[in-house]
Design a binder for this molecule. Sequence first.
Ligand code: ADP
Ligand code: MG
Length: 401
Amino acid sequence: MNIHEYQAKQLLSQYGVAVPPGDVCSTADEAKAIAEKLFAKGEKLVVVKSQIHAGGRGKGTFKSGFQGGVKLCKTADDVFEKAKAMLGQVLVTKQTGPEGRLVSKLLVAAAPAIKKELYLAVLLDRASSRPLVMVSTEGGVDIEEVAEKTPEKIVKETIDPAVGMMPYQARKLAAALGIKGDLINPAAKLLMGVYRTWWECDAAMVEINPLCIIEGPDGKDTIVAVDAKVGMDDNALYRHKNVQEMRDLAEEAPLEIEASKFNLNYIKLDGSIACLVNGAGLAMATMDIIQHFGGNPANFLDVGGGASKEQVTAAFKIILSDPHVKGILVNIFGGIMDCNVIATGIVAAVRETGLKLPLVVRLEGNNVEAGKKTLKESGLTIISGDSMSDAAQKVVKAVGK
Ligand code: ADP
Ligand code: MG
């Protein structure tokens, strides 16, 4: 699950990470009121930032033609105008895809004069199975380009999860960022705070881009997180009620929301062959074999280890609400799952949804004979697959590819 920038900043502040003061709002009048307060406190510049679950906002374009989802303003009236131009409009960025995202919330924050834009991210490194902190002096908007063209400019530090980030590691990373003198300690403190946010919130990823060196009110340099992106590890969400409340359903694909209601792991893809599988590993293998035989999967769908009839029916409905689906492959290995439960579910779902598309079913394992019998006796047109490759070939052929 992803959260908005303003929410990510709330979490980060709780761990002592400095962020520019500001507030979230959903109308232009509120935006103006927040800006007036900030200007009254002596801020010279205020930024209006579209809150969507995607980066690249600064360089994005609204479908209305308005340029930029992040705008700097010198007056509260300008904030009002910019907020008006963004709210209720669809912002298209490098990360949203051509359909873009509707902007219904804005973060209005102080925009201190930035001296240097840096990059910081914490994530789980699969290669070392450990937390990894990445920093770069080349912060700003194009970190993907830095990673591609000048990877040596990204410095990495692996963390021992048992002890967490050590102060010397934080100072080492600060030094790698070119930070010197009085700024080393606050920078190290910020790095430790970001790491603790990642660790204690069970985040999958925390990315601060840009992390900025700015001139503080006392004339001394300080370091603040100007942008923040946090992705949560969904498997640990149950431990974080405060984070669960940050879920924004408007940012999620409607079919994926429907699937999560029934505890189905569903991810929509671009192909034409829908898959209904139990177990993530088998689901991936199924997608691979469809592709191997020249087809394209329409989704990833894992009904889990012990799916009920209701779940199977819900899964069919979700699959069928994608207009690109031209055929369905059900691939079930009954370990915990009783094949007959799946078969009963399939029959009920086909009847209920009046399925017209070719349906290939491959059942194997626990109580498979009863399952096959149920399918056969249903009188429905179901193509039976004897093995995974047989089933995949049949469904690819059936959708005419
Ligand atoms: P995105 O990564 O989605 O484009 P950012 O929050 O990184 O959005 O904003 C893009 C750019 O806008 C930043 O790199 C920075 O230069 C500028 N910016 C964003 N927020 C602020 C701020 N609070 N103060 C000053 N400049 C800002
Ligand atoms: Mg950014």
